[in-house]
Design a protein around this ligand. Structure first.
Ligand code: PRP
Ligand code: URA
Length: 209
């Protein structure tokens, strides 16, 4: 059964407020998304398994812990997902990064695939699909489906803001995928935008319109 985790850490919530604010410009928006991605990555990796290794400190031998188990792969959904990658790599620098290119057709709101490049060993990796916005859920669900068709076994979804409709869709279509968000907003508007949301994440990140 898919679980939904909402990260209510005060720093995440504080930064998210300024990300939402329409008066926040591109430079600051990008920096804040990067910082929140780092904080969310810290939370999402809370349960990573550890194993003991023996090392030598300058003083003595010591048994200490390192992360063990499956290696991590990040899969941003282009293009807005790119805004969260570097923030996550700051604390998981060895992660490999695949890319799924999807855009949402503005009329039908259905995702259109245009690019896919994944690490060769995704079947052995714990994959984190990244996208700031989970609106209708069409893009995230399609990305997860593409990964499963390539053999991915272990997938998490990380978004800044979700609409209830998107959470429901991903949970119905992928009940093995847990969802990690900083906020679940009220609803979608008639154009499929999250209310109150933050507007168009890709445009705000890259300064396009
Ligand atoms: C946005 C967003 C998600 C998608 C969410 O991308 O980054 O990928 O819409 O909507 P959904 O849940 O209804 O599918 P967009 O299609 O605008 O492309 P972009 O990242 O290239 O701007
Ligand atoms: N995509 C966005 O960038 N924002 C929304 O609110 C919905 C989809």
């Amino acid at each position: 059964m898919s679980k939904l985790y909402v990260f209510d850490h005060p720093l995440i919530q504080h930064k998210l407020t300024y990300i939402r604010d329409k008066n926040t410009g591109t430079k600051e928006f990008r920096e804040l998304v990067d910082e929140v991605a780092t904080l969310m990555a810290y939370e999402i990796t809370r349960d990573l398994p550890l194993e003991e290794v023996t090392i030598e400190t300058p003083v003595s031998k010591a048994v200490a812990k390192v992360v063990s188990g499956k290696k991590i792969g990040l899969v941003p959904i282009l293009r807005a997902g790119l805004g969260m990658v570097d923030g996550i790599l700051k604390i998981i620098p060895a992660a490999k990064v695949g890319h799924v290119g999807l855009y949402r057709d503005p009329e039908t709101l259905k995702p259109v695939e245009y690019y896919l490049k994944l690490p060769s060993d995704i079947t052995e990796r714990e994959l984190i699909v990244i996208d700031p916005m989970l609106a209708t859920g069409g893009s995230a669900s399609a990305a997860i489906q593409l990964l499963k068709e390539k053999g991915a076994q272990n997938i998490k979804l990380m978004c800044l803001i979700a609409a209830p409709e998107g959470v429901k869709r991903v949970q119905e279509e992928h009940d093995d995928v847990d969802i990690y968000v900083a906020a679940v907003d009220e609803k979608l508007n008639d154009h499929g935008y999250i209310v109150p949301g933050l507007g168009d994440a890709g445009d705000r990140l890259f300064g396009t319109k």
